[in-house]
Each structure stands twice: as C-alpha cells, then as structure tokens.
Design a protein around this ligand. Structure first.
Ligand code: SAM
Length: 286
C-alpha cells in the first residue's frame, strides 16, 4: 500500500513535523475542530486535531502519566478530580489508577474527540467505562465558573492556547480554578514546550502566582510534540515545602515513579536560560 506524508500545521510552533503514514483511518469536522486518525508504522495510531498531533499510541503515556500523577501523588488521599479537555481519555485513565478517587469529572468541549478515541484508541479511552467517570461536553472555563463542586485535583489537558482553548489560560480562569479546589488541592496544566513557548509558560506562571501560594514547573520528554521538552505548570492551594511525592506510586505506571517525579522539576538555571533565549525570532546577542 503506498504511503503518503501527513504534514502538521501547528500555528503555535516554529517547526512542523511530517509523518509518512500508511493510511488515514478517520476524518471528520465538528463545530469546533477537524479530527483525524492516521496509522504509522513507528508511532501506531495518531490522533490529530486541526492537523496538530494530539497523541500517538507509542508515546501518549509519557504525557498522560506525568500530567496526572505528579499532582495526584502530592495529595495524601485525592477523592475528586476534574479534567478540563483530555477528550482522548488518557488523563482520565491515569487519574482512575488512584484507589482513593471516588469521582472524576471530565469536561471536553468536543464530543467528537471522545467518540473518536473510544473507537480508535480503546486502550486510551478505557476510563470512560468507569462508573466513577462523569463526562460533559462544554467549555471548561464555563463549567468551572458555574459548578458548585469542589475538587482535590484540577488538571488542564487542553489543545494549544488558540481556538476553543483560549479560554483556558486567562487570569480569571486561574482564579476560578483556585476557587473550586479543596484547601490542600493541586492544580496542573500542560504549558507547551520549554524550547518554543517560554513566554507563554512565564505568563501562565505569573497568573498562577497571583492566586496560588506555591508554584512549580516540571517537564517530560515527548517524541511528537514540537519542542519535545514539554512543560507542566503545577500549583498548590496550600503552601508546600517541596514538590516531592507524599506517598508511593500507584501500580502499573510505565514512566512515572517516585524518582522520575523528583527529577522532573525544572531547575531555575534552565528556566532562566530558556527565558533569556526567548520565544520569538532568534537574534544573536552582540
Ligand atoms: N495532550 C494534548 C496536547 O497537548 O496536544 C491535548 C489532548 S486533548 C485531545 C485536548 C482537548 O482539549 C481536545 O479534545 C479539545 O476538544 C479540548 N478543549 C479545547 N478547548 C477546550 C475548552 N475550552 N473546554 C474544554 N475542552 C477543550
């Protein structure tokens, strides 16, 4: 069967990857975005939204485990978790590994992403079957403003901060996130690449710093996101002395463990270096 190139069209990154794929398995537009699935020899199935890779079967666990388990292992007994975005179900799957979780609410604006993941990525979407999962399709910012529920952990697993995801990185959004957390609740959000999006990371961190007393930045290596050195911003409603885990790892994780957790936090020197080099066009310093 002839292979063909799928080229990413990522408005938020200075480079775009292309993949020699075997076939396109699915393509459909929702009112929000264009969802596609491809098959690739090395990466397995690939989910794209508006021609930006969201996950591949091969490396999705790096992202989902690190987004979910770092904050969850900083809470002694998380009972209620909120996931904003995350329609593929990977973060939900990881949240549900914690035996103390009684309820996991997932708010993704787009039902098509959930349907597509259930059909083409059943091992990622497995958590949707759980009686502990509640799923709503609406804007995550609106849900957070309107809910009277309180959560031990809030996780933002969104697309790049363009289009529908724009509402998920404003100062008001972070204020609302803090207001729906329990007193020692944790917040974590994917904040793009250290190489390419340091200005975005610094802006999110500045907003978070206005509403949370403790704030951290950790990272994970992702094969398929432009920039690869992927960042996650974490914030705590109570002041924390360290970002180390407070209990041992849940079983069956592939990349997450206590040692990986401890070493994931980005040293200040590295942050300063990326801030110094900047996120805009490169100009050699005199
Ligand atoms: N890990 C991925 C990445 O960084 O590429 C994110 C994957 S997940 C599929 C992102 C989800 O965020 C999408 O399903 C999209 O529908 C959802 N999303 C975007 N904006 C949203 C919003 N305002 N409220 C709720 N969900 C949103």
């Amino acid at each position: 069967m002839p292979k063909f190139w799928f080229a990413e069209s990522d408005p938020f990154a200075p480079i775009n990857y292309r993949y020699k794929v075997n076939k396109r398995l699915f393509s459909k537009k929702s009112p929000y975005q264009h969802v596609k699935v491809f098959e690739h020899d090395f990466f397995g199935r690939i989910l794209t939204i508006d021609d930006v890779v969201q996950l591949t079967e091969r490396d999705e666990f790096f992202y989902h485990e690190m987004l979910a388990h770092v904050p969850l292992h900083m809470h002694p007994a998380p009972k209620k978790a909120l996931i904003i975005g995350g329609g593929d179900g990977g973060t939900l799957r990881e949240v549900l590994r914690h035996p103390t979780i009684e309820k996991a609410v997932l708010i993704d604006i787009d039902a098509l992403v959930i349907e597509t993941s259930k059909r083409f990525f059943p091992q990622v979407a497995v958590g949707f079957k759980s009686p502990k999962a509640t799923v709503l399709n609406m804007d995550g910012a609106k849900y957070m403003r309107e809910t009277s529920e309180r959560f031990d952990v809030v996780l933002i697993d969104s697309t790049d901060p363009v289009g529908p995801a724009k509402t998920l990185s404003t100062q008001d959004f972070f204020k609302t996130a803090a207001s729906i957390l329990t007193p020692n609740g944790l917040f974590a959000m994917q904040t793009e690449s250290l190489h390419y999006h340091m200005a975005f990371i610094n802006q999110v961190q500045a907003y978070l710093g206005k509403v949370f007393p403790s704030l951290g930045l950790y990272a994970a290596p992702l094969a398929t996101y432009a920039g690869n050195y992927w960042s996650f911003s974490i914030a705590s409603k109570a002041k924390v002395k360290s970002w180390n885990p407070v209990r041992s790892s849940v079983p069956k994780t592939r990349i997450y463990c206590e040692e990986v957790h401890r070493n994931a936090f980005v040293p200040q020197k590295v942050r300063d270096c990326f801030t110094d080099i900047g996120s805009g066009p490169y100009r050699r310093k005199p």
